[in-house]
Design a protein around this ligand. Structure first.
Ligand code: ATR
Length: 274
């Protein structure tokens, strides 16, 4: 077989605003590798046909974003344990005619905290997770794996939190109306809701019970410094913004597809924000 330039991409709809192409271009250039990473706008009805065709065009794999993370998992021939637990795939690798599905969001979440708050450990004490969407599932999985002794889960729609507490170990449900009380004695606080995101509803959860020793992080990264992080810092807490989760979740895919492991640095952040 003739040598082909390795390709990868991200499938989604919409996809025009994805920051992943900038991230991958930055890493390819930094590492001096040849390769291309492209945004692919794919309609729901076409996901399977596109995924089966991509390897034939030289694609090593793709990332998957909204709204295709569930169908990608369903279509895949092999599924990692964590993708199965999370119930969604964000990283597909094409190998020997098969589609391998993984979910690296939880890895990205933990790697971001470890890089930016090296003294933090999930085992430090109870964690509070706000929200019960797809991002919350990855965060719960990662916190449970990393040894959080207790995970207090609050979501506006209580039934969604209850469904997750059935799946993830050591998770208990706190009523949304009582979310403020859940921060009492917590070591980790995570916002996985869209509250505080540019253009979304304001973040209005009272953090006054959050101990100053706690670490707070937000998966929202527009703006980088979210209302939740600002409120936590006012309490004396250390905070880590959510951009690093996006960057770190991309590392496993990049290294599988392009054969070198990239680093997440200040230059990486700048490249993605440019
Ligand atoms: P994702 O997969 O990115 O997590 P999602 O599944 O739409 O996205 O989840 C968004 C989360 O933000 C949910 O937990 C949602 O709460 P509901 O399950 O009750 O919908 C939460 N959320 C969004 N807007 C909210 C608001 N105004 N108040 C409280 N929670 C909100």
């Amino acid at each position: 077989m003739t040598h082909r330039i390795p390709l990868a991409g991200v499938i989604g709809n919409p996809i025009a605003h994805s920051r992943s192409p900038r991230l991958f271009a930055h890493w390819l250039e930094t590492l001096g590798l040849s390769g291309h990473y492209v945004p692919l706008h794919v309609e729901d009805a076409d996901v399977e046909a596109v995924l089966r065709a991509l390897p034939r065009m030289g694609f090593m794999g793709t990332n998957v974003t909204i709204p295709h993370k569930l169908s990608a998992l369903r279509i895949a021939d092999e599924v990692s344990d964590r993708a199965r637990r999370i119930g969604a795939a964000n990283t597909l690798t094409f190998k020997d005619g098969a589609i391998h599905a993984d979910n690296t969001d939880g890895h990205g979440f933990i790697a971001n905290l470890r890089q930016n708050a090296p003294d933090w450990s999930a085992a430090d004490g109870p964690a509070v997770v706000l929200g019960a969407g797809g991002a919350a599932r990855a965060v719960l999985d990662a916190l449970a794996e990393a040894g959080a002794p207790e995970i207090r889960l609050a979501n506006r729609t209580r039934a969604r939190a209850e469904a997750l507490a059935e799946i993830f170990p050591r998770a208990t449900v706190v009523d949304w109306a009582e979310a403020a009380g859940a921060f009492d004695g917590a070591a980790t606080a995570v916002n996985t809701t869209s509250l505080g995101m540019q253009g979304a509803d304001p973040f209005d959860i009272d953090l006054s019970a959050l101990p100053a020793s706690a670490l707070a992080t937000d998966i929202v990264y527009t703006p980088l410094d979210t209302p939740m992080l600002i409120a936590a810092r006012a309490r004396g807490c250390r905070t880590v913004d959510g951009l690093g989760m996006l960057l770190h979740q991309a590392v496993p895919g990049f290294s599988r597809w392009f054969g070198a492991t990239p680093e997440v640095t200040e230059a990486t952040r700048a490249a993605v924000l440019a």
